[in-house]
Design a protein around this ligand. Structure first.
Ligand SMILES: Cc1cc2nc3c(=O)[nH]c(=O)nc-3n(C[C@H](O)[C@H](O)[C@H](O)COP(=O)(O)OP(=O)(O)OC[C@H]3O[C@@H](n4cnc5c(N)ncnc54)[C@H](O)[C@@H]3O)c2cc1C
Length: 381
């Protein structure tokens, strides 16, 4: 029996642990630095069909309907006049059991950890990774150390494991944007609250979508906001009331009244990956944001984390690990290009250019060939 250590119990680590748990040839242990698995109440996550397909293999389709939502459209609006520009039918990519799904992160994490209680060790912060011949020796800050045949690193965008292995070479960079998140229990006027709404503004966009059938809506705004190196590291800044007020005042919105209803508001700087880190050891792998973190404007981080975890599971099972890195890089590059392009297109400022963008968008959302290329290549892997 092969022993596998997974570091980080986020979406990717929990998902791959569920997959290995079903195979008696592997014994897994999942190490998490926090003292409990974070069930961040509220905030939402969008999952496209590429990840739903894999989640269904561990029973996601059985998750209660009041814990998830299946929007059918993405409605695009302009912040300028609040007029709807056009809509995109996302059901085109759905199949009978795989539908574009939105839900609270806490519902997803709760589902993923349900069958793993005895395999998760909380309060374990990695301190050293020693690659000895075929075995990998892990040491933790609590003084304990263990040996494994495989190591799967899924400790997120600020991956300490990656820093340890790369001698601090693979550090993420600030994306020059802040993310403002919250939950709305009341829908803002004039939006279709049964679907995803994206509002474009100058150096800004926000997205509102339902996360369950109770009418709770997730709000996420991405706003350009340069920060100095010191500010990027200053965690207290993002909880500071004056800073939060200043950021909200910067929102280029005609009507900000609905922001009063925003609950659990949180601001955080968005960090993205700078490069890929190729490992020499075939028994150590990165997944999720530790592999690569994208700008959030294509809503693919969690879906790619799930997809990558599934691919790695299959490649270890079939002993084809050499292919994992190559295939994942290709897909990651495709998603990264689209994420960056979306952010660029969503945040345009010049009125003439935004006018032209809107005309293009109206045409493209009806163009089957374009949709197949831009979304289908990612969603129908
Ligand atoms: C604003 C924003 C909105 C987003 N919206 C979407 C969306 O709608 N759809 C989508 O698909 N994606 C979205 N994403 C991306 C998505 O959230 C991430 O890609 C996904 O959560 C990555 O999962 P992960 O498991 O790799 O990492 P994480 O979820 O970050 O989990 C990492 C885990 O590792 C643990 N850990 C950290 N360090 C250590 C250590 N030293 N030792 C042990 N454990 C450790 C952490 O405590 C944590 O539990 C969004 C991202 C942002 C920033």
């Amino acid at each position: 029996m092969k022993k596998i250590a997974i570091i980080g119990a986020g979406i990717s680590g929990l998902f791959i642990a569920n997959l290995f748990k079903k195979n008696p040839n592997y014994q897994i242990t999942l190490y998490e630095k926090k003292t409990s698995i974070a069930l961040e109440e509220g905030y939402g996550v969008q999952l496209s069909v590429n990840s739903i397909r894999f989640l269904n293999e561990i029973g996601f389709h059985k998750l209660r309907n009041n814990e998830k939502f299946t929007p059918e459209k993405i409605n695009f609006y302009s912040n300028e006049n609040l007029n709807k520009i056009c809509e995109l039918d996302i059901t085109n990519f759905n199949s009978e059991n795989c539908q574009y799904t939105t839900l609270k992160r806490s519902s997803l994490i709760n589902f993923l950890k349900t069958d793993l209680e005895d395999l998760i060790k909380t309060g374990y912060n990695i301190s050293n990774i020693d690659q000895q011949n075929k075995l990998i020796k892990l040491s933790f800050e609590n003084g304990q150390s263990y040996e494994y045949d495989y190591l799967i690193i899924s400790d997120g965008v600020f991956s300490k494991s990656k820093s340890l292995i790369s001698n601090n070479e693979a550090q993420p960079k600030y994306n020059n944007t802040l993310a403002v998140r919250g939950i709305l229990s009341k829908s803002p006027e004039n939006i279709d609250s049964k679907n995803i709404a994206i509002f474009f503004g100058s150096n800004y966009h926000h997205v509102i979508y339902p996360v369950n059938s109770n009418g709770d809506l997730n709000f996420i705004a991405i706003i350009k906001h340069p920060l100095s190196k010191e500010e990027q590291k200053k965690q207290t800044l993002f909880g500071d009331k004056l800073f939060i007020r200043k950021v909200l005042e910067k929102f280029p919105l005609k009507n900000k009244d609905f922001l009063i209803d925003l609950k659990e508001l949180k601001i955080f700087p968005v960090f993205v990956s700078n490069n890929f880190h190729k490992l020499q050891n075939d028994n150590i792998h990165f997944i999720g944001d530790a592999f690569y973190a994208f700008p959030p404007s294509f809503a693919q981080g969690a879906s790619q984390s799930i997809e990558g975890a599934y691919e790695l599971f299959k490649s270890i099972e079939n002993n084809t690990q050499g292919d994992f890195y190559k295939n994942r890089i290709n897909k990651t590059k495709m998603v990264n290009r689209r994420s960056k392009f979306n952010q660029f297109a969503f945040h345009l400022s010049n009125p003439l250019i935004t006018f032209v963008r809107n005309i293009f968008l109206k045409v493209l959302v009806k163009n089957k060939k374009f949709l197949e290329f831009y979304l289908g290549k990612i969603y129908n892997n």
